[in-house]
Write a protein that binds this ligand. Structure first.
Ligand code: NCD
Ligand code: ZN
Length: 344
């Protein structure tokens, strides 16, 4: 008999869907696995208003195949000129669930981001009052700070001051990559949560250089040392309610990755829950996958857990080596490799 596991349908609490023709190629991957996803606002131009978020959400919904249901949870891109009223509009809309902080210049399409967290404190005060979570890309951009240390330095310079200056703001430390971030979340009361990606659980920074330079293993925050990967695996599989699933699946066309200056981002949506199952299985923690994937996220956001289920079976399958992406190609994470769990 094939071994199977049935879980409450999971959600993806950090996802990039892009816009336009490619939506039809990628939205079905997420909708097949997840009921909801927190959709990142780093389009060109960024999604800074509730009206833009509403229109973007409609375009995403048009790309959901008939017979599937998927609820995109929208976010606003925080800029230094986001007015407090926009937070109230977002709250009233019912479709915007969080606001995203990008340090200016930290990652893909972050030019309109924030240069100094203190400049947005007035808006963050309003968010704290309204219970609107702040999603943080936690890296400093100071060119004198080593790229592998940007998260640890961000904790000291930006996040600790923020947590003490606005003590009632709910914060999600997105795509954490270091033991420093794990320790901070463990030491902070429940208002600080963290998402963890499949790539940071499955790979360390050697993956970028194995046998030559691998542009498909370049994402931000960049992969870290093995000791950090182990800390992330321990946190994700611990059952601690503050850690939850967020893929940071971030598609870039093959031509934008395999080039002299390749874009940051890995695409994992076509095998997302399968990757996490692999991680949990490897450490004998399959019984905790549901908490991480299906319970901790909605509990943190104050949303109901899903009521339907998905089933995974232990049956090896090969991740496709390439996927369609509009008129281009998309090389997914672990392209051509074999995974042990498959979605039924
Ligand atoms: C993301 C993207 O491509 O939009 N890239 C990435 O490497 N994760 C942006 C981000 O989340 O940093
Ligand atoms: Zn992201």
């Amino acid at each position: 008999m094939v071994e199977t596991i049935t879980l409450t349908r999971p959600d993806d609490w950090h996802l990039h869907l892009r816009d336009g023709d490619v939506l039809r190629d990628i939205v079905p991957h997420t909708a097949a696995r997840f009921a909801r996803a927190i959709v990142m606002p780093n389009l060109k131009p960024p999604v800074t208003t509730t009206e833009q978020a509403r229109a973007y959400r409609e375009r995403i919904l048009k790309a959901v195949p008939s017979g599937m249901s998927f609820n995109p949870l929208m976010t606003l891109y925080l800029t230094e000129s986001t007015p407090a009223e926009e937070i109230l509009r977002a709250r009233d809309s019912g479709i915007v669930k969080a606001v995203k902080y990008y340090p200016a210049g930290a990652t893909t399409n972050s030019d309109s981001g924030v240069t100094d967290m203190r400049r947005v404190y007035p808006v963050l005060e309003v968010m704290a009052r309204e219970g609107m979570p702040l999603l943080v890309h936690g890296e400093v951009t100071d060119p004198s700070v080593d790229v592998f240390d940007r998260e640890a330095v961000f904790i000291e310079r930006v996040l600790l001051p923020l947590l003490s200056d606005i003590p009632t703001l709910k914060v999600v430390f997105e795509h954490i990559t270091t033991r420093h971030a794990v320790d901070l979340v463990m030491q902070t009361p429940d208002r600080l949560g963290a998402t963890i990606t499949p790539q940071h659980l499955l790979m360390n920074r050697n993956a970028i250089f194995r046998g030559g330079l691998n542009p498909h293993h370049y994402c931000l925050p960049v992969l870290k040392r093995e000791q950090h990967r182990l800390a992330l695996v321990k946190a994700a599989t611990s059952g601690d309610a503050r850690f939850f699933l967020g893929t940071d699946s971030a598609p870039h066309a093959r031509t934008a990755k395999e080039t002299a200056c390749g874009c940051a981002g890995m695409y994992s949506a076509n095998a997302a829950i399968e990757f996490y199952a692999q991680v949990f299985d490897e450490v004998g923690a399959m019984d905790r996958l549901e908490a991480f994937a299906s319970c901790n996220g909605p509990d943190f956001y104050g949303l109901p857990r899903n009521t339907d289920t998905i089933t995974l079976e232990r049956k090896p399958w090969r991740v496709p080596s390439v996927l369609g992406y509009g008129r281009e190609e998309l090389v997914p994470m672990a392209a051509g490799e074999t995974l042990s769990w498959r979605l039924v």
